[in-house]
Design a protein around this ligand. Structure first.
Ligand code: AMP
Length: 487
């Protein structure tokens, strides 16, 4: 297959002035994207460490990604929503030679090589940069929540990324040069599902930022103005958009295809979407970051909706194998599987294994097969998804326990129609406090958590208990604690 870098060069030849990436008024054409990426790649060409790509939805984030792939070092995307402590701990682990700052703010990271767009004003940058990446090099490392309190860096090889991109191009039924919508922050691998299939097929990548997400009117304007054809988001984001009454085929004629991944696609959501867009192609896809974004897919038709509730995640993609371990845990094997967690042999060994000389990943998801279709039925551990964000309850508990006043903590996910809608932190304090002090404490606890964890991981409610019930084995009785707050 054509690789991503080759496709980008071809696109520049065929449509140099077409817009490759767009965020509000900030745009980059294919020519500009390649030129800037070549220039940055030249700066970082001798780096053996991944490039940290820092920012939010600037088109220059994409420049950083492409440049790092060309340079062969790959990238680590860090979104501005990450707290400083988390960013510092990731940087400490990666030990990057270069940081690409796409924001206006200066980074207080005590790092020698923080680069920004001023580098493009320097003279003596060669006009072209010949890509030096090999298939087995790491294209990107994305950090996800880790139960020990420390995030895990999932390393994805360039050949896995190309294989995934080709699969997406094959699934896409509406062809090249489309307007794609990317909702996910770049530190979440769902964004990979929009970036590379779009850029490899000469499309325009339209970036949704966090202000648009919080103000539906802005989002609506953007959707109408950009005439989006292909939509890539979490089902949760779709649910929010379905509240826009006009979001239907009648008003958004251009919208022809939807790709969902990252969490369960609720039957109700898919049904409503198909009613509003009866002629659109709607895909439910499934996969963990560790297996390059997604490994199964199914086109959601009326027949599928009528036959299955909950919906299946579909069939496996070519080159990948799915099997079930004894406990019904889903195991993914093939080229899509990550090289492992960066500098973390212990946690890598626990879930990455070789099966018949194929690299395999133990997902922690429980699954079944019915009518040749895969269904995800739950988890074997305490990982949950909230609004598409992956998190380990134990990581949140770890950070809660680090707080001075907290003696013990359990985080309880609250479910509605099979989906987590919020987290509640149940806490035993080191000393008893009266009700007034507790209100202040809730505020203080949340503030402390914000220093170490992204906003979406902070429990919405904090509830106090004098003590926790124990199981017969003397462990904290999670089930009982959850039942107590629900009754
Ligand atoms: P992430 O690594 O953030 O993409 O999260 C991967 C996890 O999200 C999987 O292991 C599943 O638990 C869940 N997941 C992803 N896609 C789906 C889907 N279509 N249906 C149900 N669960 C999903």
């Amino acid at each position: 297959m054509k690789d991503i870098i080759y496709s980008l060069i071809e696109n520049e030849k065929h449509y140099p002035d077409q817009i490759a990436v767009k965020h509000n008024e900030d745009v980059l054409t294919y020519r500009e994207l390649n030129r800037y990426a070549d220039a940055l790649a030249y700066f970082i060409k001798d780096s053996y460490k991944p490039l940290i790509v820092y920012g939010h939805m600037s088109p220059f984030m994409i420049v950083g990604m492409i440049a790092s792939i060309k340079a062969g070092c790959g990238y680590v995307p860090l979104d501005i929503s990450m707290p400083e402590d988390r960013i510092k701990s990731i940087i400490k682990k990666i030990e990057p030679e270069y940081i690409w700052n796409t924001t206006e703010t200066q980074l207080d990271l005590n790092h020698a090589h923080i680069l920004d767009t001023n580098i493009f004003n320097e003279v003596d940058i060669p006009n072209r940069f010949e890509s030096q990446i090999n298939g087995s090099d790491i294209a990107y490392t994305i950090f996800t929540s880790g139960s020990t309190g420390e995030p895990k860096g999932v390393q994805i090889r360039y050949d896995s990324l190309n294989e995934f991109t080709q699969w997406m191009i094959d699934l896409n039924k509406i062809g090249e040069n489309q307007q794609w919508l990317n909702q996910a922050p770049f530190s979440f691998d769902l964004s990979v599902m929009a970036i590379y299939p779009c850029l490899a097929t000469g499309g325009t990548l339209n970036l949704v930022d966090k202000t648009m997400i919080s103000k539906p009117k802005l989002l609506n304007d953007m959707l109408l103005q950009a005439k989006i054809n292909v939509w890539v988001s979490t089902p949760s984001f779709m649910e929010m958009c379905l509240m826009l009454p006009d979001l239907s085929e009648e008003h958004y004629e251009s919208l022809k295809e939807f790709f969902f991944c990252g969490e369960i696609l609720p039957h109700k959501t898919a049904k409503m979407l198909l009613q509003r867009f009866p002629s659109a192609y709607i895909y439910n896809t499934y996969g963990p970051t560790e297996a390059t974004v997604a490994v199964t897919s199914i086109l959601i038709t009326e027949a599928v909706i009528n036959q299955y509730n909950p919906l299946p995640v579909g069939k496996v993609r070519p080159g990948t194998q799915l099997t079930l371990a004894e406990n019904e845990e889903l195991v993914i094997s093939g080229q899509c599987v990550s090289e492992g967690y960066v500098k973390d042999e212990q946690r890598s060994k626990a879930v990455f294994k070789d099966i018949k000389q194929r690299r395999a990943y133990y997902t922690g998801d429980k699954a079944t097969v019915n009518d040749d279709l895969w269904f995800i039925t739950g988890r074997i551990d305490f990982q949950v998804k909230l609004n598409g964000y992956r998190m380990e309850l134990e990581e949140i508990e770890f950070h809660l326990r680090q707080i001075d006043v907290v003696k013990e903590a359990i985080v309880v996910p609250i479910y509605k129609s099979g989906k987590v809608t919020q987290l509640q932190g149940v806490v035993v304090l080191n000393q008893s406090n009266d009700d007034n002090e507790r209100q202040t404490l809730i505020h203080d606890i949340k503030q402390e958590l914000k220093q170490t964890m992204p906003e979406y991981m902070i429990p919405r409610k904090i509830i106090f208990r004098d003590q926790f019930p124990l199981t017969i084995n003397g462990k904290l009785d999670r089930k009982q604690i959850a039942e107590d707050i629900l009754t």
